[in-house]
Design a protein around this ligand. Sequence first.
Ligand code: DCT
Ligand code: MG
Length: 399
Amino acid sequence: LDISWFTDSMREGRPVAVETKHLIQDTLPEASTPTAVVSVSQYACQRRTTTENNNKTFTDAFEVLAERYELNEIEGPCLAFRRAASVLKSLPWAVRSLGATQDLPCLGEHTKSVMEEILQNGRSFEVERILSDERFQTLKLFTSVFGVGPKTADKWYRRGLRSFNDVLADSSIQLNRMQQSGFLHYEDISRAVSKAEARALRNIIDKAVHAITPDAVLALTGGFRRGKEFGHDVDFIVTTPEPGEEETLIPKVINRLTKQGILLYTEYQASTFDMSKLPCHRFEAMDHFAKCFLILRLEGSQVEGGLHIAEGDSRGWRAVRVDLVAPPMDRYAFALLGWTGSRQFERDLRRYARMERQMLLDNHALYDKTKKELLAATTEKDIFAHLGLEYIEPWQRNA
Ligand code: DCT
Ligand code: MG
């Protein structure tokens, strides 16, 4: 999880239309053009989106545009491009003409003009202008450092700093502990983590939690749970059936990893979760469960097929970003659903709950505003059922 973005992360945008369409993508003819009857929902949680993206040229362009708006803190258009990208990602066919998109939701004028440009020229001039823009390039570079969010990046940019050397040579800049680690392990943490590396880390965390509590529950979440081959970090949920015990689990794991000599960085946040304060009516970017943001040292000998490192790197280990979150067992399903992502899938689950069901969903709970009660769930399926949604498998949540 990109923790540095949280401090000023965005609120969800309000949808314009409140129309519900049904999920019938399963019935789409494979790899062909869409037929007239097909309707795609405006909500990502009513679409099945695998890691196979048939419209990468468009979605990559939309992502650049969304990032530009995000860095400039312009929410509406940022979200619009993210939504448009998400719709195209869900299509089992490639868009080859603008006409083919006429029944698709979430594609506005700006989006369509970018698509038209790409269809005609193979590229978008607006996107190319952004990519070659000095401010955009510098902000992207700075925010690629663990612990550097858009505010800090902008501050450095306005001071005239353009490179890491500029930042590190500026004596007036006090890097915090997270940023120091970010620079120290930059090469490693900016390199993608492979599935095999994620599995190796799972084994390490699994041993640690089970040595502490034999009946501990561990789940790999985030992008790897959605079947991605690579990720920027590895996300885990840990809990135990004994109420309250989950709060001490992470400090104990941290202790163990320290003794093993593999903890390169740790940022621990104790739980601020309070069941009596539920439901939460305003959107919060981060949940209240105990959690930690780690950098771990992963040995090559522990990874099947070896480490995902640069050729010529003979250290035999690499640094990897790992997040652990420890909800109480009765909150497990909500935390799992929230931490599995994707971000766009989560956004639309919450938006769907609010707009279509008068319910509030977050990583802690699901609240029915009509019945004025919190709804219980032990599995993700329970939550989808409460929402009246067809169950979407984790590997279909790559919205
Ligand atoms: N999440 C969310 N809202 C956010 C940030 C994160 O709902 N603002 C959820 C969705 C994914 C999960 O937390 C883990 O976050 P990341 O690791 O950033 O996402 P990821 O999908 O695992 O991406 P990657 O594969 O690059 O790690
Ligand atoms: Mg992740």
